[in-house]
Design a binder for this molecule. Structure first.
Ligand code: HH2
Length: 258
C-alpha cells in the first residue's frame, strides 16, 4: 500500500504532494514500482497534529481523487476517520476506507456497510494530539487485541461483512517505542483474530530510536521492519518508498514460503 499524503504537515512527506500534478505523478510512480493500492490522506495523524475540518480535508482530497481514479489501474483507499469525508471519497471512486480510529465516528460503520467496501480498523489509544504523552499498557498485546475485538464487534453490528474487515495494530499511535517492536513480533496474535493484518512502520520514530537514523535516513530501518512484519504474518504493508519495500516484502515472503 503506497502512501500519498496531500497534507502540508505529514511527518515525513508533508507539503511534497500538495499540487494535483505532483500527487498524481507520485501515485503513478508508486503504481509503476509495484504498489497494489494507493492510500490518499488529507489529515496528518502524526503525534501532536491539529485536527482538520471536514471541508478542509475534502478540499485537499477530492481534486486529486478524480484523476487518480481515472488514471490508476490499482484501487485507491482513503485515509480518514470522518464518515462525511469517507462518503465523498467513496462516491468519487475510492474503493477502501483506512480508518485510524477504527469507527469512532458514529456514522462511519453504517456508511462503510452501505457502500460494501473494505475498511481497515486501526488501533489508536487517545487521539493524535495527546496519544504520545506517556502511553502506558499493563498488558500490551491483550489490551490492544481486546480494543480491536471491540472495533470488530462494532463493525459487524453496523453490518460490515467479515470479508471487508482488516485490522492494524497502529504502530506509533499511543505506543511507547519499545511497544512497536513487541507489536511487530506479535503480529501472529493479530492474524489469529481471523482478518488480514495491515502494518505501517514506514519512517516512524521508533526506527529512529533503535537505529539513531533521522526521518530522511530511515529507508533501511523501514525495510527491516517491513521484512520482519511480513515474516511475522503481515498481509499489507503501508509504505512511502514502494520499490525498495516491495523487494523487502517479496524476499521475506519467499523465505516464509520456502
Ligand atoms: N500510519 C499513519 C497514517 N495512517 N494507517 C494505517 N492503517 N496504519 C498506519 O500505521 C498509519 C496509517 C501515519 O503515517 P503517515 O501517513 O506517513 O503520516 P501522517 O499521519 O503525518 O500523515
Amino acid at each position: 500500500m503506497g502512501i500519498l499524503n496531500v497534507t502540508p504537515d505529514s511527518f515525513s512527506d508533508g507539503g511534497r504532494f500538495l499540487s494535483v500534478p505532483k500527487a498524481v505523478e507520485q501515485a503513478l510512480k508508486m503504481q509503476e514500482e509495484g504498489a497494489d493500492l494507493i492510500d490518499v490522506g488529507g489529515e496528518s495523524t502524526r503525534p501532536g497534529a491539529a485536527p482538520v475540518s471536514v471541508e478542509e480535508e475534502l478540499r485537499r482530497i477530492l481534486p486529486v481523487l478524480e484523476p487518480l481514479v481515472r488514471r490508476l489501474k490499482i484501487p485507491v483507499s482513503v485515509d480518514t476517520c470522518k464518515a462525511s469525508v469517507a462518503e465523498q471519497a467513496l462516491l468519487g471512486g475510492a474503493s477502501l476506507v483506512n480508518d485510524v480510529t477504527a469507527l469512532r465516528d458514529p456514522r462511519m460503520g453504517e456508511m462503510v456497510a452501505r457502500f460494501g467496501v473494505p475498511v481497515i480498523l486501526m488501533h489508536m489509544r487517545g487521539d493524535p494530539q495527546t496519544m504520545q504523552q506517556d502511553p502506558h499498557y499493563d498488558r500490551l498485546i491483550p489490551e490492544i487485541l481486546s480494543d480491536l475485538k471491540q472495533s470488530l464487534r462494532k463493525a459487524k453490528e453496523a453490518g460490515i461483512a467479515d470479508e471487508n474487515l482488516l485490522t492494524d495494530p497502529g504502530l506509533g499511535f499511543g505506543k511507547r517505542w519499545q511497544d512497536n517492536l513487541v507489536l511487530i513480533k506479535s503480529l501472529g496474535d493479530f492474524k489469529a483474530l481471523g482478518f488480514p493484518v495491515v502494518v505501517g512502520p514506514s519512517r516512524k520514530s521508533f526506527l529512529g530510536k533503535v537505529t539513531g537514523a533521522s526521518i530522511e535516513d530511515r529507508l533501511s530501518g523501514t525495510a527491516a521492519a517491513v521484512a520482519l512484519a511480513v515474516s511475522y504474518g503481515a498481509d499489507v504493508v503501508r509504505v512511502h518508498d514502494v520499490a525498495p519495500m516491495r523487494r523487502a516484502a517479496l524476499l521475506a515472503d519467499a523465505v516464509v514460503r520456502s
